[in-house]
Ligand binder design. Structure first.
Ligand SMILES: Nc1ncnc2c1ncn2[C@@H]1O[C@H](COP(=O)(O)OP(=O)(O)O)[C@@H](O)[C@H]1O
Ligand SMILES: Nc1ncnc2c1ncn2[C@@H]1O[C@H](COP(=O)(O)OP(=O)(O)O)[C@@H](O)[C@H]1O
Ligand code: SF4
Ligand SMILES: [Mg+2]
Ligand SMILES: [Mg+2]
Lengths: 278, 278
């Protein structure tokens, strides 16, 4: 089973990109679970026709965390796109506590625990699980996919902007930290472009400096905004567009990826100097 | 003593804006401590001529957390701008652990604890303390200024973009949650503009919907980027510019602010609907 996690700074485009990857995998015949690991619990929105599902943490709270009162179909939904793909596309959201009410990553911890208890991987006969994880802080439940090896391949979404490169460095540090223990590796950088000057070049050099690759570029596109506004992926909204082709290419590159590395991360100072040199 | 915290989504402009406020306060005669509460520990950079100081957490680690081995001058630096102001401007940075090595907010907890043990507020005869706090997650050490009432007035930096409004909602929720217990209040929204359509209007309505005010607007400005690039505030780089005037106005508005409220936050769903209606 492919165990993939997509990380990146909040707002950088993780959910948009990861939901396209999940769709493309199911469209090539795989049985895929897409698990949103962001307190916003909106990662699966484009796979549920714009609907935002209940979060596992909220479902658990309603039963006082007695997992035996929860059924698999309470926490995992079939995508509304299921009839359109040869594979299977399942959706779940971890959720998170109210701000100020405990560790923001608690939803991720509980969701992973609950899916394990419900034996989801076997019951759903999964070929792939894709975690979409908040990457602004790499701690608490947000490290679980990396630290415990629930994800074996990490892909980091970033633009050429300093703030998202800094988050990418932090995520890489966590991967390097746990690589030996959990078998996790960095699979590549997804360059989600923001129309900066020389952005592709900057991102290529950044990936090289980290000891990884660009696994794909996604152009900045009004079509992407429009499709998201309608609760659709590009595969529904604009299947013949170049942006949709870029998404298919990205998914194929991930599907066929053999370059899994232990990153060589930069400290904040080194990133600062690297940035100014580039 | 004024106890102020500036929160907002990572990268939204908290450190740039808060360091200008700290300077303006010292420039009007106050004795100010500016405490950076972001693992990046670069909040005081513009007050230290571009230098990034040691973080309190790193200093504590070197002495195995035996606070008695730490002196006040190890953790608090005088700003390089001190000779240019009638008041006093002190700088400190909390820092944070390595990614994946524990709670990202731990630096904030330890810094606040250490400054209390060293009796910083009295030793430095402070008139004001300004916390610059990461607001992507409102948990762990990042809630301390709100939860424990170390800050009594919260100002939230946001643009008109959905992602930063969402963070502003989360921060407001935490303020509402602890308002009774700790006496913390929302002092206002700082609109850090990104040249979006109708952005000022959207922000005015957002502030009204939360039950607060816009405490000031900051224009998007290449001068701000240039000054930051040189490790300077606008007060050094372009003191006669309209953007510097906007900063002075913002600092004055905060200084004179009497409107402290308990916010009425929106859920994620409500924000989504509000956003689409606006
Ligand atoms: N390449 C792009 N072109 C246009 N809009 C984009 C692009 N990538 C992301 N977006 C938009 O940016 C917003 C944030 O994306 P999202 O995937 O929700 O971020 P995250 O999950 O990282 O918080 C969404 O409205 C999305 O449609
Ligand atoms: N109004 C603005 N105009 C131009 N650049 C800005 C503005 N506000 C912030 N910036 C720039 O954006 C970057 C991020 O700002 P910073 O204060 O470090 O964010 P935060 O502390 O919230 O992470 C800095 O390079 C800063 O100079
Ligand atoms: S571990 Fe991370 S997510 Fe959990 S409380 Fe600490 S900062 Fe928040
Ligand atoms: Mg998301
Ligand atoms: Mg900052």
């Amino acid at each position: 089973m492919r165990q993939i996690a997509v990380y990146g700074k909040g707002g950088i485009g993780k959910s948009m990109i990861s939901s396209h990857i999940s769709f493309a995998f199911a469209n090539s015949g795989l049985r895929v679970l897409h698990l949103g690991c962001d307190p916003k619990h909106d990662s699966t929105r484009l796979l549920l026709a714009g609907r935002i599902p209940h979060a596992i943490l909220d479902i658990l709270r309603k039963v006082d965390f007695e997992t035996r009162k929860v059924a698999l179909e309470d926490v995992v939904l079939e995508s509304t796109l299921n009839d359109t793909v040869p594979g299977q596309l399942f959706c779940a959201e971890s959720g998170g506590p109210e701000p100020g009410a405990g560790c923001a990553g608690k939803g991720v911890t509980e969701a992973i625990r609950t899916l394990a208890k419900l034996d989801a991987h076997n019951k759903l006969e999964l070929d792939a699980i894709l975690y979409d994880v908040l990457g602004d802080v790499v701690c608490g439940g947000f490290t679980m996919p990396i630290k415990r090896g629930h994800a074996k391949e990490i892909y980091i979404v970033t633009s050429g902007e300093m703030q998202s490169l800094f988050a990418a460095c932090n995520i890489s540090k966590a991967v390097a930290r746990f690589a030996q223990r959990s078998g996790v590796r960095l699979g590549g950088i997804v360059g989600n472009l923001r129309n900066m000057e020389n952005e592709r070049e900057v991102l290529e050099r950044f990936a090289a400096r980290l000891g990884t690759q660009i696994i794909g570029f996604v152009p900045y596109s009004e079509k992407i905004k429009a499709a998201s506004g309608r609760g659709e992926t590009l595969f529904q909204y604009a299947p013949d567009s170049p942006e949709c082709e870029a998404m298919q290419q990205l998914a194929d590159n991930i599907y066929n990826n053999k370059l899994m590395t232990i990153p060589e991360p930069m400290s904040f100072d080194e990133l600062h100097h690297w940035w100014q040199a580039n």
